[in-house]
Write a protein that binds this ligand. Structure first.
Ligand SMILES: O=C(CO)[C@H](O)[C@H](O)COP(=O)(O)O
Length: 232
């Protein structure tokens, strides 16, 4: 799958124009993009300012010579390139496999254009193969866990290798839920947002503008989305 991730990242880097503000995604595919972007910026003497979606991506970008600034130091972001854990035929997706969903959603919402880069194994007709991450504050998190259990979503706390609870860049917990049997994603999104203590969830609805799929070498734009384009 690394070859496919590479292909998708290469397709994305070709789309980056000089004098733009670029959002750097998180995860292994985004990391390939960050490396390729740094090479391109050096080679073509480009003027690019970057905003990162995680501490790790920001550190990677800076270490490669990219100019990485705080999100509040830019008025908007021209394009963000990020990975995803699963994407459906309507270009809705699940993100947060790397626990960076909160910053990823904030950066995406400040971006004029969002490009996702994935390998072909992540492109499905319906979301639900991947568990949906829900970021919750520590205080009272068991109450949210119990609510998710009552909703039939089989919650599990995300753990580190030593079985302690994983903490996000904002020191919150992640609870992963099973949405295989959920058909109305918008209602689920609203229900999760209404639970006090939920900081964010990894359902990204109507956010991705363009999907680049390695392997299939597909470039799917939301603006051109129709059944014929996606299903063939
Ligand atoms: O959402 C993310 C991190 O929170 C990543 O974009 C997602 O997990 C994909 O990662 P990878 O490219 O390593 O498969």
């Amino acid at each position: 799958m690394n070859i496919e991730k590479n292909q998708a990242a290469r397709m994305a880097v070709e789309k980056i124009q000089n004098n733009s503000v670029v959002g750097l995604g998180s995860g292994s595919t985004a990391a390939i993009f960050i490396r390729l972007l740094a090479e391109k910026v050096k080679k073509e003497h480009m003027n690019i300012v970057c905003v990162a979606t995680s501490i790790k991506s920001g550190e990677l970008g800076s270490s490669l010579g990219l100019k990485v600034v705080d999100i509040d130091d830019v008025s908007s972001i021209d394009v963000t390139v990020d990975g995803a854990d699963e994407v459906d035929y309507d270009l809705n997706g699940i993100k947060g496999g790397g626990a960076a969903l909160l910053f990823e959603k904030i950066v995406a919402s400040k971006s004029k254009y969002n490009i996702w880069i994935i390998d072909s194994s992540k492109f499905h007709k319906k979301l639900g193969n991947f568990k949906l991450p829900v970021e919750v504050i520590k205080f009272g998190s068991q109450r949210i866990f119990d609510c998710l259990q009552e909703m039939g979503l089989n919650p599990t706390y995300r753990l580190n290798d030593d079985s302690t609870r994983l903490l996000t860049d904002s020191s919150n917990y992640i609870i992963d839920i099973d949405i295989q049997h959920v058909s109305d994603l918008k209602s689920l999104s609203n229900a999760l947002e209404n639970l006090t203590g939920v900081v964010e969830h990894g359902l990204f609805i109507n956010i991705c503008n363009e999907l680049l799929i390695g392997g299939l070498k597909k470039d799917i734009k939301r603006s051109e989305l129709d059944d014929r384009l996606v299903l063939n």
